[in-house]
Design a protein around this ligand. Sequence first.
Ligand SMILES: Nc1ncnc2c1ncn2[C@@H]1O[C@H](COP(=O)(O)OP(=O)(O)O)[C@@H](O)[C@H]1O
Ligand SMILES: [Mg+2]
Length: 496
Amino acid sequence: MHSETVAGFHQEDSVPSGLVPVGIIYGDVGTTAFKCNITGHIEQTDYVQMRHEKVGWVLGQVDTINRKTDLSLEKAQELAEGREMDIKELVFATINVIGYRDERGLLQVPRTPFKAGETVYRASEDLIRDVIGLKDDPEKGAYIGLLNGHNIRVYLDINTIVQKHMSVLAKTGAGKSYITGVIIEEMMKHGVTLLIIDPHGEYPSMKNEGNATDSRFGVSPRSYADRMMVFSPDTNINPDARPLRFTLGNMEARDILALTNIKNAKTYMVALRKALDYLRAVKPQYGIEDIIAVLEADEEHALGTLINELEYLKEMNLFAPQGTKISEIVQPGKTTIINLKGTPPDIQQLIVSRIATALFELRKIGKIPPMMMVVEEAHNYCPQQGQVMSSKIMRTIASEGRKFGLGMAIISQRPAKIDKNVLSQCNTQLILKVTNPNDIKAVVASVEGLTSGMADLIQHIPLGVAIVTGGGISMPLFVEVRPRETKHGGESVKVI
Ligand SMILES: Nc1ncnc2c1ncn2[C@@H]1O[C@H](COP(=O)(O)OP(=O)(O)O)[C@@H](O)[C@H]1O
Ligand SMILES: [Mg+2]
């Protein structure tokens, strides 16, 4: 097996020029991990390479670094008091073996351990690209940034993102909306149809050019105004948006009551149903004011509370005799922002539920193009605890959307508070800084291939760096997020 490589390896004793030694393998050596005494400059998550007697060069990654000293606490105190002393120390790293490509191009891990005493080198970019499988692929790939510490572009497979769902998880201010904007830019560039649920009105700014200046990334400012549409239920707060209205005629008494603060819906169910039946018989297109008029005429029941609630809904201006058509909202190759800034949470959930249901049903019968729905603050629309109006459809899309070409991107600062059934369906994951212990647990549980060293790092990830998995990449990568082409609209303050 593999005779050429082995022969080639034995003949060639010298190390290719340019490789920088950073350590030596020592101690007990396993096939998937080993210790390395550090002699050069190397940091956590850096890539290294070492020679294996059977297979040649193998890629590894620094998982943890430790400094072991013989300095006792007492001695440390003496040292602090100014006494000189000799300290023995050893700086060592745990290296995880990533593997090598065999002659068929498959990722393999050597089945025998490395030899203790072998030199560990900083990995060459060619080996990193080859083993991780990073190709510059502007045709099918979404360019999200550079492999941290290297000049290697990372592309995620667009089809995989769309078809197998994506999650973006991190604490507030860690850069979720920023990196989501990067993904959206890439989707727009590739003609993907998108709908963005935007509770804070952060995304309309993508119509404007940003001011990218960092030349390492090769990104120039760009506007996508020609591909974007904005709708909002509240065009007073969001005057640049087109009005989003729903057809009242599609709402049953139960749906309407669910939008009110009325706890005991049964009290009013019969009266409301009767009013709707009556209106349907006499007036094909009715508004909330019509329902109110019918209820006011009802002398049998005390309906004051219901009428007050309906007055409130009327003020929301959410319903119209003729609602916005889905064909207006979703257009092939375009990005639609549903700007929910200023809309109360229960109404937001209703809107998400209505739109998501329409997308799912219309996708099933091919009436709209394959597309992706981006949901910011997803914990509000599919919480782990309790049921909100949009819970069910979010779960359905998570589990069945991919069959029908309806992808979902879930964005949240509270991974622990999102429905696990939804989160676990997201195959592409972008993780930024997370500090809440429950959230770290939720993230670690949902990310495949995360090493213990990486899990510890999650709470220290600097702004602008993301851990990326899936999307056609077989192992978690640290990626320096590329600058935005468009203007970032996030208003959240920097917390890092
Ligand atoms: N990759 C990045 N490069 C430069 N600035 C960033 C990056 N990511 C985030 N920021 C900045 O950090 C702030 C918070 O980012 P944002 O995406 O709004 O956070 P979140 O959505 O997680 O609350 C913003 O001011 C944004 O401009
Ligand atoms: Mg945000």
